[in-house]
Design a protein around this ligand. Structure first.
Ligand code: NAD
Length: 271
């Protein structure tokens, strides 16, 4: 339809990129209006529908991100950190909504996303699934109720191809727990334990990372007290949940003022 949101997918041949092409095509109120891949990718020049194995979409994959982004209302980005920083700059320039799911950004790259949010609505979340968004809210709430006598440990497992650790979601859960406790995660984070570690310092938020097989993403937040333990767990069975959340975020962000938003705001769990 004429007023359908025109969405561009950068990194469209990636695991998430292909899922996004399928999700946008299956969602009312939006269309795939552009698709990019990195220069040299065999997907460049192909029809985006062929890349996602969903027939022909009439959208050719390009490696010219600036030209693609200039022609869309929103960009959905699940690529690599350096590309995401550049796409954020281009989205701001083109007045396009940005939904950025890439994890592992360094401080400078994250700052590029924050800068873009001064000009356009940006939705940024380490995990765009609705279930994990609820898990984040619960983690903050439980951390606030239980207080520091309960030790917090965050356990995650992902497929063998994942390149960053702990996962962006695990860090996001750590931030939610820290917020609930009223502390700064950077000051209490313990990401690695090996050798003679000594006893666990009070107030730490610990992380444990497992990698293997094709696990889409498992996260557990453990609150371990004297004589009892609470565990909050989310298990992703398909990447489709991230794509569905990202498309929902893009549609929600249309018409919002410029600014940096999270998935809790998209779901109406937070102002
Ligand atoms: P992937 O490696 O399968 O896909 C990334 C794609 O980006 C590749 O096709 C690659 O060629 C492309 N790319 C690289 N540089 C590019 C450039 N300059 N321009 C255009 N395309 C470029 O990875 P994936 O599993 O799809 O994950 C991508 C990112 O999304 C990772 O950081 C992952 O952690 C993150 N992720 C986030 C969520 C979430 O909900 N926020 C969920 C899943 C994955």
């Amino acid at each position: 339809m004429a007023d359908d949101m025109r969405i561009g997918v950068v990194g469209c041949a990636g695991r998430m990129g292909r899922m996004l092409l399928r999700q946008i095509t299956a969602t009312e109120g939006c269309v795939v209006a552009g698709a990019t891949e990195r220069p040299g990718s065999s997907a460049v020049g192909q029809d985006a529908g062929a890349v996602a194995r969903i027939g022909t979409l009439g959208v050719a994959v390009t490696d010219d991100a600036a030209a693609m982004i200039a022609g869309v209302n929103a960009v959905i980005d699940f690529t690599v950190p350096e590309a995401t920083a550049e796409h954020a700059r281009l989205a701001a320039q083109a007045d396009a909504v940005l939904v950025a799911g890439t994890t592992g950004l360094d401080a400078g790259q994250e700052e590029a996303v924050v800068r873009a949010a001064r000009h356009v609505p940006v939705v940024r979340a380490p995990n765009m699934s609705i279930g994990v968004t609820v898990l984040m809210a619960l983690t903050e709430q439980v951390a606030r109720i239980l207080g520091p006598e309960y030790d917090i440990e965050i356990l995650e497992m992902h497929h063998r191809h994942k390149v960053d650790a702990p996962s962006g979601t695990a860090i996001g859960l750590g931030e939610a727990a820290a917020l609930g406790r009223g502390v700064d995660l950077a000051e209490v984070r313990q990401a690695v334990r090996d050798g003679h570690t000594g006893p666990r310092p009070a107030g730490q938020i610990g992380f444990a990372t497992l990698r293997g097989g094709d696990v889409v993403g498992d996260h557990t937040v453990v609150f371990a007290g004297e004589g009892e333990r609470i565990e909050l767990t989310h298990k992703a069975a398909s990447r489709q949940i991230f794509a569905a959340g990202a498309v929902r975020a893009a549609l929600w962000a249309r018409g919002q003022p410029s600014g940096l938003y999270n998935m809790r705001q998209v779901l109406g769990l937070e102002d």
